[in-house]
Design a protein. Sequence first.
Length: 211
Amino acid sequence: MRAVVIGAHRHRDDIRDDAIAIPLADLFLSGVEIAEQQPVSDRQLLVRVSRIRAQLLERATFIAIRYGFVIANESDAMAKCGAQVERWRRLLDEHRDEVELTLKVAAAAPLPRPNRTDFGSGADYLRALHAATQGAAIDESFRAAVDAQLVPLANQHRWIHRDNASMELALLVARERVADVNVAGAKLKSFDVPFLFSGPWPLEVFIDDHE
């Protein structure tokens, strides 16, 4: 067997349709079996995995595994993921009825991305890149509206600096409140601010322990 892993799940019955289930202690990994020589970059495979990922999320929340992670068998799964079992079990028990939603907002005045050739060392360049990323800010009135309309509907939220031209809000939302969040998100269209509101997604941002 050779499989591209999709996610980590609490129960075997959470994995159906075209996905296969690989035991991982008392958890299970979902995956798509592929031929030995099939490249994970194959477009048809990417589309197939994306479709199955959405189907799995409709059934139950799971922890997303970064695309391209391949295992050969159950022993390989334990060798690569065994250290995460206790933490993943806790997260899946705690957030089973929650999903993530993401709001990506264009910066009001994007800071220029530093040019690598302007710096004498890689460390100086990375510091400048970090400063440009952390310095990105969105329209204050738009952010106030987001904090007033979206954040109260979430169980947890995090504002994240992704790059020098945008900010991202990740929301951890109870499944039964997703429709309410979508309605609140649609009201943000009254602002002249470019944004992309997407989801629901499996657990990804909120698998980290920091708040």
